[in-house]
Design a protein around this ligand. Structure first.
Ligand code: BGC
Length: 366
């Protein structure tokens, strides 16, 4: 099921020198490549507020993948604190991790951590977010422009269904320090910009939300609504947390359900908002596949093996082609919420609580 990854991995396994040593002129096995060393993987997650996924999905699936491979792991969360991020990385390196996998909080601090790990002979992986100018040996994520494209298309579909003429669309973008937020925006702009240019749609307020913080998103969206005199017909929100913030403001103004809002991550709240008719769609990223692919690479590089991923992403800052695994995202609407449950991503018992029980039944979630 790991489309495009396993195939390449199977043919591309070269048990040679370490990847981290690539680019150095130093001898081969100095970067986690000592085959006598037992792999130990350190993972630093970014926070637990910007999305439920990190603690409810990524941690669980990564741990399961390492446990299944019989590999020791240490998964920690920096709770959006850049100093803590660096301290955790230092502690992990001191404790002898052979691979460090990070979800950076911004490229600057991410790069410092990756470079330090590399200098200490620790293999590195960028997980989900690319560290611009960084030195990670691999990047494992989703096709993030495709995520944004699905959001743009989803919003167009909802606006069309509602029959809104010349809708004003507001943007709630992700964190300006997250390269993914740029890619998501490129994706939804590719769908919506032509509509703004042809005057079929009107471009409303467009703002980035620092740290993907839902609390700030609510304040920003409240201001957007005031500033436009309530004239917002659709909200392109970059993830479910920001979407839920916009929905909470729309609710206060009795506009929920009337103004379509997009999302991403298929978290429980996002899916409940979809079932209730308050959210137009979300994007489901099968984090289990991302975690499995990343764990497999993390273990391989720790052993000094080199895997061919068959894909690269160009780091726009350094121009480096970073070997990558990019998975396919999937749009989810009311009719397909059940697919996310069937995939084991969210628990039916958590989703179908209280008033949502009847909505779950009505939408075939069993
Ligand atoms: C991830 C999203 C997540 C966001 C906020 C992005 O880098 O790709 O899945 O919603 O960060 O944590």
């Amino acid at each position: 099921m790991r489309k495009g990854f396993l195939t390449f991995a199977a043919v591309g396994l070269l048990a040679t020198g370490s990847m981290a040593a690539c680019g150095d002129d130093s001898s081969s096995n100095d970067a986690g490549g000592d085959t006598a060393k037992k792999p130990k993987i350190g993972v630093i997650l970014p926070d637990s507020k910007s999305s439920a996924r990190w603690e409810t999905a990524d941690r669980r699936f990564l741990k399961a993948a390492f446990d299944a491979a019989g590999v020791e792991s240490d998964i920690q969360n920096a709770q959006n604190d850049k100093n803590a991020f660096q301290t955790i990385a230092d502690q992990m390196i001191t404790s002898g991790v052979t691979t460090l996998m990070i979800v950076n909080l911004d490229s600057g601090t991410g790069k410092a951590v990756l470079d330090k790990a590399k200098s200490q002979g620790v293999a590195t992986i960028d997980y989900d977010r690319l560290t611009l100018g960084g030195s990670a040996q691999y990047y494992v994520s989703f096709d993030n422009e495709a995520v944004g494209k699905l959001q743009g298309e989803g919003l167009v579909k909802c606006l069309t269904e509602k029959g809104v003429k010349n809708p004003t669309v507001a943007y709630l973008n992700g964190s300006p320090t997250d390269n993914n937020a740029t890619l998501f925006k490129n994706g939804y702009d590719s769908v919506l910009k032509p509509k703004f240019e042809s005057k079929e749609y009107t471009k409303g307020p467009d703002q980035s939300v620092p740290d993907w913080d839902p609390a700030q998103a609510a304040t920003i969206f409240e201001q957007m609504l005031t500033q436009t005199g309530g004239k917002i017909d659709g909200v392109l929100s970059a993830n479910d947390g920001l979407g839920n913030a916009a929905i909470s403001v729309l609710k206060k103004n009795k506009l929920n359900g009337k103004v379509p809002v997009t999302g991403q991550d298929a978290d429980v709240t996002g899916l409940q908002n979809i079932l209730a008719g308050d959210q137009c769609m979300t994007v489901y990223k099968a984090v289990k596949k991302e975690a499995d692919a990343a764990a497999e690479l993390a273990i391989a590089v720790a052993k000094g093996e080199r895997k061919e991923t068959g894909q690269t992403v160009k780091d726009p800052e350094s121009g480096r082609d970073v070997p990558s695994v990019l998975l396919e995202p999937k749009a989810i609407d009311k009719a397909t919420v059940k697919d996310v449950v069937a995939d084991g991503y969210v628990d039916k018992a958590k989703l179908c609580t209280g008033a949502y029980a009847a909505l779950c039944t009505a939408n075939g979630i069993s």
